[in-house]
Design a protein around this ligand. Structure first.
Ligand code: PEP
Ligand code: MN
Length: 250
């Protein structure tokens, strides 16, 4: 399965309020994004950090889809969250980097989405090899849902002072070639800083990968998570204009 166009997923790291969700969805749609993202359950390194808005966020995503007319995507971490996502007809469900080798969960998700055919985006783990990444994807497909997208979000780097993670376009490219699945690149979590996002996004499109997932927040400096890597709507609009100049050859 390949995507018909270079696909842009954009939105805040985390859903923080109904207003923030609607405002950002409106802005990214206007800039040309295809899918709106917002995380409701934040996987944080420390339990003291903001953990996400929780279940209430589903009603905000449903409102964004209805009012802004944009498909919506979010992360799930437990079977109960999968069930809620399907109940609210979330258009794209993703599995975060920290959960991508939780095999029982992958099997549950594959079975649960077999009927709805909801696409599932599997993020690459922080130190996951190609074989492990593609193996995880087959746990989902062999459980009933072949509609899988892969997402490279940077692997652990030996120099975290320079960049948060290391964007591995090589393995992303090989993964797309070997699996035939679309590979989406997440430059926001790979770079961890906004000044790298445009260059990495353009490289992604030029390399023929399937698309991007980019964090956008109306006021990044006030964001409850990842403030240093989220673009403003204005910066995202500029990036979309620059991306239009890059040829996409699958
Ligand atoms: C995210 O995209 O919101 C996220 C938490 O990313 P990752 O699982 O790649 O760290
Ligand atoms: Mn984030």
């Amino acid at each position: 399965m390949s995507l018909k166009k270079f696909t842009i997923i954009a939105g805040p790291c985390a859903a923080e309020s109904e207003e923030q969700v609607l405002q950002t969805a409106t802005a990214v749609k206007k800039a040309g994004a295809d899918i709106f993202r917002a995380n409701l359950y934040k996987p944080r390194t420390e339990p003291e950090s903001f953990q996400g808005c929780g279940n209430i966020g589903f009603t905000w995503l449903v409102k964004a889809r209805q009012k802004v007319k944009i498909p919506v995507a979010t992360e799930v971490r437990t079977p109960a969250q999968v069930d809620l996502a399907l109940k609210h007809k979330i258009d794209l469900i993703w599995i975060g980097a920290r959960n991508s080798q939780n095999y029982d969960f992958l099997i549950y998700l594959g079975k649960a989405t077999a009927k709805t055919k909801t696409p599932v985006m599997l993020k690459r783990g922080l130190a996951m090899r190609l074989k492990e990444w593609l193996g995880s994807s087959r746990y989902i497909s062999q459980s009933g849902n072949p509609h899988i997208w892969l997402c490279e979000r940077g692997v652990a780097t030996f120099d975290p002072l320079a960049t948060r993670n290391m964007l591995d376009l090589q393995t992303a490219w090989v993964a797309q070639k070997e699996s035939g699945l679309p590979v989406i690149i997440d430059p926001s979590h790979a770079a961890g800083r906004i000044d790298l996002i445009a260059a990495m996004s353009k490289a992604t499109k030029a390399a023929g990968l399937a698309g991007l997932i980019i964090e956008v927040h109306p006021q990044p400096q006030k964001a409850l998570s990842d403030p240093q890597q989220q673009l403003t709507p204005k910066q995202f609009t500029q990036l979309m204009a620059e991306l239009r100049e890059v040829k996409w050859k699958k």
